[in-house]
Design a protein around this ligand. Sequence first.
Ligand code: UDP
Length: 335
Amino acid sequence: MTVLVTGGAGYIGSHMVLALLERDEDVVVVDNLVTGHEWAVPAGATFYKADIADPAALDRVFASHRIDAVMHFAGLIIVPESVRLPLDYYRENTCASGVLIQRALEAGVESFIFSSSAAVYGAPGLEPVKETAPFAPTSPYGTSKLMTEWMLRDVAAVNPGFRYAALRYFNVAGADPEMRAGQSSGPSTHLIKIAAEAATGKRDGIAIYGDDFDTPDGTCVRDYIHVTDLADAHYAALSYLRAGGASMAANCGYGVGYSVRQVVDAVKAVSGVDFRVTQAPRRAGDPAMIVAAPGFAREVLGWTPRLDDLPTIIRHALQWESLLSDRKAREQDAR
Ligand code: UDP
């Protein structure tokens, strides 16, 4: 059997492909390369440059492989951009997912794993967030993810052979420990990526957005999860569904929060670089705190994180950032 990974040329998708290949799965990648890079698709996977909103292209892929499971990472991910361009997010994240789900159903796919987000909860308050927390997305990005979860729920309700797992990511960061994959797509908006760029001299510093939140040091608190642990959680979800597990949604986080200031200090400590840090106003829509209540994924999926250590996440992010600089320098030399 074969696993189809959409968005396999992107950040999280490329780590997923590595995790699948390591477990001897046959992997097919579909990616439109709008934000991903073909070089990021790990060797060993069959790659199709195609859009998941194109039913004919999907049908060709499904007809050429015996695909029993889909892992769906393709989509747009920048929250402030989604506020500016809501229809782009509904088209690329929700409508395109509808096409993919429909073609997957037609092709007899039994297991569907979806990249959802803690953004479906909005601003949940200061307590760790359980899967049963109310949905209250505060951006079109979060709404576009929630709508796809609801499509999956409703489709699964009337198709007993089709089951899904929606994995709600907290703050994903880091890179493959062996440096075979990492975060390459720009523009960077995420804290650890930006701090790693500052530490490697790619930007002249970092701004902290807001220091007057209701948190211990006044800056926002997030739950940072290593991208390789996240890929492992997906593999656990795949095994769970293949073994007949019921459709479900699970948080993917460690249940430990770090403030923006703590993250910035940790990047300085791990890199040994004292880059410039400035204070800026709050970014629109940032909740004070989002930390997962992580028990469900561990209990139901049997997921065991291996890299749940902030300095390790940062070290891998920094190593990847340096590799990207080397790649760029080589490309410039070649020109
Ligand atoms: N952040 C910041 N400076 C930056 C980027 C992010 O202070 O250059 C803060 C941001 O306001 C939020 C936290 O870091 O409080 C995490 O932001 P990120 O965009 O990484 O993830 P989010 O939690 O928004 O999905």
